[in-house]
Design a binder for this molecule. Structure first.
Ligand SMILES: [Fe+2]
Length: 621
């Protein structure tokens, strides 16, 4: 190992121009303001960008993390300026697999990180390399709690190893019994384990025991129902696909088969759903439900074993069952969370194993987002393709029933592929923000009965709900507002516009949304929305919508060639009722396989105020 770092050794690693120097900006205390969270990393590593490989980052974390996190400083400029920050850092070699060695620098255990200042005028999402960094962190099972540009062309990350993280979809090949990885989307058992980590954390660690028999939203079941519903649904569909009957206790099928989907206008009018016990004491205990859950998970694992060993052949029907049950659980993760957020701060606990957001730093970064010179963009005319060829009705056909590899399965309402002509239209670069909606809401009479479900009034102040409890409008002002279709339509009309059709929104998202792999706020990168980043010249307008679904004016309805699912009877058709609208996109709590398949459609009632759906205004061109 070499002696403590000097400018020459830094130059050799980062290929600096030796004539450059950096004038440190004034010392500020932004990073030290982490300290109230008690998790500010005492060790920071300064490393070349070649280090961004999952194994290497993992090894850095294992070596240097203290109290669950460490700092990583990476260059983002081609020739970063020499920084005084690193003068006293200890140069060392990190040995990685394959005999490779990386020269890295380790900070002294002091507050030296604050000596160089941060350039808050450059929000990190403007730096293109960030998406690649985030993807590598995900692959290493790590998460960036905060990222801060630093003077001289470096970016600083606080990294933690959260309880779960979803790798980018391009690195999660589908299950296959062949030796080559499948391009299809059948989940592997590892994919299931990731979803189970998320589900178990939410259901068993964020719902206090006393809330199990409470309903965070009146229109839905009590929390305990959902803990039983997920394994019951899996058990029922496994039985439907491969037989074997019900797992014990068999009567769980009667209690937990189906949740409530009531009409918002008439809560007494519900679709078919399970009859549940009336009294709390008549419900199964949590322990009994967990034991049932474990039996069903073991049954699923056995199926994977049987498929792998050849004891059972993989058919389209089995594959579809695996995809459907997996994505069903993914959808429920999000729907349960939008219920639980209603009690965040008064019951629901924040996600354990995830460092709380450093709101003060984040707010400063978000406030530094450059305003858009032009708030809209014109798209179309264009031909827009919706959906994909994936009819469940074909699953049993001779010649198709065993063609599984590389096939991408979806829900019945995604198939078949269809094309539409879309005329020219003008569309807002970004969804309506909390602040914009607040201004409109106040101007239109501040009808308290129509307060968005994502807001709460505390002591006369409008706050925005998060899983960490309500936060001030100052923190959340730039985030997309989450509210009903009706509310956003009223907003759009006040601006002389309307909400987009499904085809128009699809065209916008296809053109400008970077998605999970492009660094967007989906797949639990954060547990809250962030400001949208679309519309900046620096990335040709591409960016993220901030991590929300978006409403469309298109009614959820049948279309030519739709083959209703028999595996999950009524999944779509029960909601072709002229009340449900198509929503597209993905929220921060949407799992990557749902967020990344462009044909996925979700649907909610137009006046349902709780789901994590925002909206953007379009104007006739
Ligand atoms: Fe369900």
């Amino acid at each position: 190992m070499s002696s403590p770092s000097s400018s020459s050794s830094l130059d050799s690693v980062f290929d600096h121009s030796s004539s450059r120097s950096t004038t440190p900006s004034s010392v500020d205390s932004d990073l030290s303001s982490h300290k109230p969270f008690g998790r500010y990393p005492s060790t920071c590593i300064y490393a070349p960008s070649t280090i961004i490989e999952p194994d290497v980052v993992k090894s850095l974390f294992d070596t240097y993390a203290q109290e669950g996190c460490f700092g990583l400083c990476l260059p983002y400029a081609e020739s970063p300026q020499r920084s005084s920050l690193f003068v006293n850092w200890k140069e060392t070699l990190l040995l990685a697999g394959g005999g490779r060695a990386f020269k890295i620098f380790v900070s002294p255990p002091t507050s030296s990180l604050t000596q160089d200042g941060d350039d808050m005028s450059i929000p990190t999402f403007i730096i293109p390399q960030v998406a690649g960094h985030l993807a590598a962190f995900s692959l290493a099972g790590l998460r960036a709690v905060v990222s801060t540009p630093r003077i001289g062309g470096y970016i600083y990350y606080t990294l933690e190893r959260p309880t779960f993280s979803f790798p980018p979809l391009s690195n999660t090949p589908g299950f296959s019994v062949m030796t080559t990885p499948s391009k299809g989307n059948i989940p592997t058992l590892d994919d299931w384990k990731t979803v189970w980590s998320a589900w178990d954390l939410i259901t068993l660690q964020m719902i206090p025991h006393e809330m199990l028999h409470q309903k965070p939203i009146d229109l839905r079941h009590k929390c305990l129902f959902y803990i039983g519903h997920i394994p019951t649904f899996l058990d029922m569909l496994l039985h439907k696909s491969i037989g074997g009957g019900a797992s014990e206790p068999k009567h769980f099928w009667n209690i937990f088969e189906r949740g409530i989907d009531p009409h918002v206008d008439d809560p007494d009018h519900c679709h078919n759903h399970s009859e549940v016990p009336e009294k709390d004491e008549d419900w199964p205990t949590l322990d009994t439900i967990i034991a049932f859950r474990n039996r069903v998970r073991a049954r699923l694992a056995q199926l994977y074993d049987d498929l792998q060993s050849g004891k059972r052949s993989l058919t389209r029907n089995i594959a579809r069952t695996l995809v459907m049950t997996h994505e069903h659980e993914g959808f429920h993760i999000e729907t349960l969370l939008y219920m639980l957020i209603q009690r965040a701060g008064t019951g629901t606990l924040p996600p354990p194993g995830f460092i709380s957001p450093p709101w003060e730093i984040l707010t400063r970064q978000w406030d530094a987002t450059p305003a858009l010179a032009v708030s809209t963009v014109v798209l179309g005319p264009a031909t827009v393709s919706l959906g994909q060829e994936d009819s469940e009705g074909d699953d049993s056909l001779e010649g198709i029933s065993k063609k599984v590899d590389d096939h991408v399965f979806g829900w019945d309402n995604e198939s078949p592929e269809r094309k539409y002509e879309v005329g020219a239209f003008r569309v807002d670069w970004r969804p309506v923000s909390n602040r914009e909606f607040e201004t409109f809401w106040k101007e239109s009479g501040a009808d308290k009965s129509r307060l968005p479900g994502s807001w709460v009034e505390e002591d006369g102040e409008i706050k925005v709900r998060t899983m960490y409890g309500p936060v001030s409008m100052e923190i959340a002002q730039h985030w997309p507002v989450l509210t009903s279709y009706d509310d956003l339509l009223a907003y759009a009309h006040s601006k002389g516009g309307r909400l987009p059709t499904e085809m128009e929104l699809r065209l916008f998202l296809d053109t400008y949304e970077v998605g999970h792999e492009g660094g967007s706020n989906t797949g639990f990168r954060n547990w809250h929305p962030v400001p949208a980043t679309t519309g900046l010249e620096s990335n040709d307008g591409k960016g993220s919508n901030g991590g929300v679904w978006e409403w469309t004016s298109t009614l959820f309805d049948t279309h030519p060639g739709l083959s209703p699912t028999n595996l999950f009877t009524g999944y779509s058709t029960d909601f072709f009722d002229t009340k449900h609208h198509v929503v597209l996109g993905a929220s921060y709590a949407t799992i990557p396989r749902l967020a990344s398949r462009r044909t996925v459609r979700n649907f909610y009632q137009h006046n349902y105020p709780y789901p994590w759906v925002g909206g953007r205004v379009v104007y006739d061109a």
